[in-house]
Design a protein around this ligand. Structure first.
Ligand SMILES: Cc1cc2nc3c(=O)[nH]c(=O)nc-3n(C[C@H](O)[C@H](O)[C@H](O)COP(=O)(O)O)c2cc1C
Length: 203
């Protein structure tokens, strides 16, 4: 690989979106960050989707999708529903309230601030992903709420893994003796006052 510091890629800013589709039987949605307006005259938006995702196959087949722009108010449950499982195995709209745009596809009014209806003009095969260059057939503002960015998602929406602070040592609360080390053996006895490990406190 060229001289690439992979952490530099985390500095690229993105928004977060739910791409809604319909395969003729049911509605589906997928979380996506690779959405960008590419031309103004005519209005065009590019969306890049992993070929393994059901949404990729449905858009290839139907040539249509909606881009729902997530607002900062969207809870983690929205990401779990639309981003961590596939429409091949789950009905992601089972418990979700939605309306429809002129093209008949789902619009997520509650957690989004805008929606774009797209018709595919070109498909670019990128190997692992497909890039859809699309004409905009409808665009609607839903609210004035701030758009969710990938940085906001990481800082304020995605739950942090629970990390217990490691103890640098353990103190006997009776005599003040300090045991140095993260792990106090359960059968340890204070060498000064003979109190057991269960009474020691982490420091
Ligand atoms: C924060 C986040 C960003 C994502 N961005 C993309 C993306 O840009 N392109 C993509 O193909 N998948 C992306 N995904 C993964 C899809 O949302 C995920 O694979 C989804 O389960 C696909 O659903 P489907 O099989 O019903 O289409 C993202 C997931 C998360 C949680």
């Amino acid at each position: 690989m060229a001289n690439c510091d992979l952490s530099a890629f985390f500095k690229i800013g993105y928004g977060l979106y739910v791409i809604t589709t319909n395969d003729g039987k049911r509605d589906n949605g997928m979380i996506c960050n690779t959405v960008v307006q590419v031309t103004i005259e005519p209005l065009r938006i590019a969306v890049t989707i992993n070929k393994g995702n059901y949404t990729h196959d449905v858009v290839r087949e139907t040539g249509r999708m909606n881009v729902n722009v997530l607002a900062e108010s969207a809870p983690f449950a929205v990401f779990q529903n639309f981003g961590f499982r596939s429409g091949r195995d789950a009905d992601k709209f089972e418990d979700v309230a939605f309306s429809r745009s002129e093209n008949g596809l789902a619009v997520l009014e509650k957690d989004c601030n805008a929606v774009f209806s797209l018709t595919v003009e070109q498909y670019i095969d990128l190997g692992s992903h497909g890039m859809f260059i699309c004409a905009v057939t409808e665009a609607r503002t839903l609210s004035d709420a701030a758009s969710m960015t990938y940085a906001y998602y990481h800082a304020s929406v995605k739950p942090k893994p629970e990390t217990k602070p490691k103890a640098k040592g353990w103190i006997c609360p009776i005599c003040g003796y300090i045991y140095e080390g993260e792990d106090l053996p359960p059968d340890f006895i204070c060498p000064i006052c003979k109190h057991p490990a269960s009474e020691f406190q982490p420091i």
